[in-house]
Design a protein around this ligand. Sequence first.
Ligand code: ZN
Length: 471
Amino acid sequence: MRFCLKSFTVVSLVFSFVFFSSCDNKQEELEEIGVEENVEVVGVEYYGEKIYVEKVDGNYVMEGDILIDLDQNAKSSGKMGVLWPNGIIYYNIASDVSNSKRQIIFEAMNHWKDNTVIKFQQRTSQNAYVNFVDKGGCKSFIGRRGRMQELNVGGCFNKELLIHELGHAVGLYHEHNKYDRDKYIRILWDNIDDNFLSEAQYKKNTTAPGRDFTIGVDFESVMIYRAGVTDHSIDITKPVMEKLDGTDWSYPPGTLSANDIRGVNLMYANSIPLASDISGNWAQYEINLLMSKGLVSGFPDGTFKPNDLLTRAQFATLIASIIKPEPIRDDINFPDVPDTDYWATDAISIAVRGGYISGFPDGTFRLDEKVSRVQIWVSLASGLRLGGGINSDLDFFSDREDIPDWAIDNGKVADAYKNKLISVYNPNNSITNKLRPNDNATRADALVTFHQALVFLKKVDDTANRYLALP
Ligand SMILES: [Zn+2]
C-alpha cells in the first residue's frame, strides 16, 4: 500500500520523456532519472508491453508494492495461471522477523482463512512458498511464483496492510489500477506529486492479464487505495482520486469486502485445471467452469485442445449441450444433413428449433465447414434475442469493414458487442481493437462467448475475461 514508499528516501527525481516520431509511430522512451539511494527506474517487458518500474535490491516493483517476476511474466500466464493449488499457500517466516510482526502476520492470515477458501500451511519441503522477510517496504508478488517468493514486511505496520499484501500473494491486483477504472473513477493527476514513485501508484493497467471476478470498481475492497489526500498529494488539501460524480470514497476498512470474498472464492473454485492443456490459457476459467458443470467435455486423452478450430456441426452440438434452448420454431430439413445415424443430427435440430442456426441462403448447413467468429456472435445474438446494439459503436474496431454486410444489416454483431459476447484475444496474447470477424473460431474463442451467453442467461456468475471487448 501507499505506506511502503516511506521506506525510501527519494531526494530528487528528474524524469523526462523523449519523443520519437517515425512514420506514424510515436514512441515514448524513458531517458533519465535521478534518484537517491538504491531506487532506480527501468523499463521492463510485462505481458508483452514495456512498462516502467522501480528496481529495488534486484527486484522490480510496480505500483509501489507489487513485486514482479520477469520469468513468470514471460510465460504469458494470467492470474488464473498463478493460483495456489487447492488454495493452500505455503509460507515461511524468516528468523529475523520480530515477534510483534509475527503476531500481525498470523492475524492477517487468519482473516483470510476465516473468510475465504484460502488456507496457509507452514512450508516443509515445498519449492513454491511465501517467505516473510524483514525487508524494507511492504511488498508482495502477485499469485504463486512457482518458487520462493519474498513478502517484505519491514514496512507493514499493521494487520490491515498485511491483509492487502496477502491479497497480492493470493493473486489480486489493485482495484484503482484496473483497465476499465476510468468508467468509475477519475485520477486527479494535477494533484499528484510530479514524480515517478507517486504517479506509478495511479497508472492504469493496460496489459496485466487476468480476470474480473467482480465487475466494476469495488470501493470497499482491501485492494483499493483511499481517494482523498494521501502522501502522494502535492499538498495537504489535494485529493488524488474521486468517483466520476466528484465524490470521495471512505477510507477502506482494511479488511476483506463482501466482493473480495466472493471474487476470491470464485477464482479458486475453478483453479484446478480439468484438462491437461489449459493451465494458463486465456480461456482457462471458462473452459474449466463449463467442464465442471458437465456442459462440455474434453478429449479421451485428457486434453481440451483449446486452439483447435470448430466445425459448424461441432458448434451446433455446443449450442445443444451448453444453452439447451427450448424449441420456438419448426425444424429445417437441410439436404446436406443426414436424417439419422449421424452424431450431430439431433443437436443441429435443437439449435435450429431454438432459433440459433438457420443455415445458408442456398438452403445448406455445411457440416464440416469451419465456423467463423462472426457466425458465432450472430448465432448467439439471434438465439438469445439480444438487442440494444448500435452499428456505429463498432467503428471503435479498426477492422470493422471486415464484418460481412449481412451481419451489419441485421444488427447482430452490434447486439453481441453491446451484450459483452465478443472477445478480442489474439494469438500473440495481446489485446487489440481488432474483431477478426472472419477468422475461424477456436474452441477457446467459442467457450468464452458461450460463457458470456450463460452470464446473460444468469446461469453463471458475472465474471469477465480480461480479453472481452467491453462497450
Ligand atoms: Zn498493493
